[in-house]
Design a protein around this ligand. Structure first.
Ligand SMILES: Cc1cc2nc3c(=O)[nH]c(=O)nc-3n(C[C@H](O)[C@H](O)[C@H](O)COP(=O)(O)OP(=O)(O)OC[C@H]3O[C@@H](n4cnc5c(N)ncnc54)[C@H](O)[C@@H]3O)c2cc1C
Length: 448
């Protein structure tokens, strides 16, 4: 059975704590059911451990109030869900399960500074110990670059004499501002998650608000906006931004809630995808995973599931062939296929926003984009009111089912015939939920 050495620059705490190497960990993180099921296959029992630690399992429609670009989503039952908790808790529980396998040598406080080998074959990593500054080399049959958005892979490859890896970039200029609040008693279990999304068609900067239940009776609230939106940088502007969203629901929920943290901001959210699969020669023994391979606008919540998919792909490649006959190129190809759906879902929506900078060569984001967008709008308009279409959209959005299923004749026929419920003019909250969150049932909450 193989062993892995994890080289991590940070020192990792044994309690769920924020750390420098994970700035995004301050912001809302959900893990869609596609990713949860993969994690569960790799680490059986991990979901129960997360739930026991306070994470919530939120059904995609019945436990989530969503304002989509086309209006309020009906609360249909369904199989897809998200696990919601703070990112530090998610990482801690998953890390503990991985370390418990006894197959990992964790080198904390160690920074990867270069690859060893040459352009034909990578043989390991050069490492610097942070406290002593000592340098050493770690040999490996396979090196996985999982250093996230800040990956220095391009300069490491250049040092080996390898040509640059091609990339696509779509930059919608997303900014995030997050605070954690104490939820009213019982509201993290009895009140749904809330997701208020911009309407990308109205040629204004897109403004969004999400309120998710997390462990310890708290709500994590993230406000975000595309280029040109005045995303709050100061705590005193947080509520005002929430009040100016298309629906005041998040503002109504946080108006009297006690803030537990300061405001944290980030500007990280460009859609960026490398194409190692297009290289004529790819170094044996090198793989790209997670955000170092493809990173997406976080609003779609696909980064973690994509990273989990890559891990599962490597796992199955290793189990099938073992390292001797195993080709990095084939494995990297399979990993790259796994990022195509989240990439196109994020980038094709982002290019609709005003002032989005589209540097992509992918034809689905250039010449084919208008036709694909018309199709996507037809599906989105139906999914909020028709249960069958909604179910298929949930399967795709949770990265459970390939997006190509939306092009099958079965789905096209469903799109035609699925029965539509009446349009919702108010957020679909029950009286008991309104009472739990101290919301006035008689107050109208029209869309603006
Ligand atoms: C604001 C925001 C919200 C998000 N919300 C969601 C969400 O709801 N759902 C979702 O699925 N995804 C979300 N994401 C995306 C998600 O955070 C990433 O996709 C995911 O963390 C990628 O995992 P990774 O392992 O590739 O990189 P990371 O999680 O970024 O981890 C990189 C690790 O490498 C270490 N490191 C970096 N350089 C070195 C080095 N040279 N040597 C040693 N160690 C190094 C870092 O310390 C860190 O531990 C969000 C992202 C942002 C920015």
């Amino acid at each position: 059975m193989g062993r892995a050495t994890v080289i991590e620059r940070d020192f990792l705490a044994e309690t769920p704590r924020h750390r420098k190497g994970l700035p995004q960990g301050r912001h809302t993180h959900l893990l869609w059911s596609g990713g949860v099921r993969i994690l569960e296959t790799l680490l059986p029992g991990v979901t129960d451990k997360l739930l026991a630690a306070g994470a919530r399992k939120i059904s995609m429609y019945s436990d989530m109030i969503t304002l989509t670009s086309h209006g309020w989503q009906h609360r249909f039952p369904g199989d897809q869900f998200a696990v919601m908790c703070s990112r530090p808790l998610l990482d801690l529980v998953v890390r503990n399960e991985i370390l418990a396998t006894g197959r990992i040598d964790l080198k904390q406080g160690h920074e990867a500074i270069a690859l060893t080998g040459d352009a034909r074959r990578v043989t390991g990593v050069r490492v610097r110990t942070l406290d002593s500054g000592e340098r050493s080399a770690v040999e490996a049959d396979v090196v996985v670059d999982a250093t996230g958005r800040g990956s220095r892979l391009s300069s490491w490859m250049a040092e080996l004499g390898a040509p640059p890896v091609g990339q696509d970039l779509v930059d919608v200029g997303i900014q995030y501002a997050t605070r954690i609040f104490r939820a009213p008693p019982g509201a993290t279990t009895g009140f749904p998650a809330v997701n208020l999304l911009a309407d990308h068609r109205d040629r204004q900067p897109g403004c969004n608000g999400a309120l998710y239940p997390i462990e310890d009776g708290r709500w994590i609230v993230t406000l975000s906006g595309t280029r040109g939106a005045k995303v709050p940088a100061r705590e005193e502007d947080f509520l005002r931004f929430a009040e100016e969203l298309r629906s005041p629901l998040v503002a109504d929920l946080i108006r009297t809630a006690e803030p537990l943290t300061p405001l944290y901001s980030t500007h990280t959210g460009t859609d960026r995808r490398l194409y190692p699969e297009r290289m004529r020669h790819w170094p044996e023994g090198l793989l790209l995973f997670g955000d170092s391979l493809a990173a997406f606008n976080p609003i779609y919540g696909h980064g973690l599931t994509s990273a989990a998919r890559a891990a599962a792909t490597l796992d199955s490649q290793l189990q099938q062939g073992g390292l001797d006959e195993w080709s990095s190129r084939r494995a990297q190809q399979a990993i790259c296929e796994g990022v195509d759906d989240p990439w196109i879902m994020a980038a094709s929506r982002d290019i609709c926003y005003v002032d989005c900078r589209n540097f992509a060569t992918d034809v689905r984001l250039t010449s084919l984009a208008p036709a694909l967008q018309r199709f996507a709008e037809a599906i989105a308009a139906k999914a909020i009111r028709a249960a069958g279409v909604a179910e298929m959209v949930a399967n795709v959005a949770s990265l459970t089912t390939p997006q190509s299923e939306l092009g099958t004749s079965e789905f096209l026929s469903l799109l035609q015939r699925d029965r539509m419920l009446p349009e919702l003019t108010e957020p679909p909250l029950r009286a008991d939920e309104l009472a739990l969150a101290n919301l006035d049932p008689s107050a109208p909450r029209p869309l603006v």
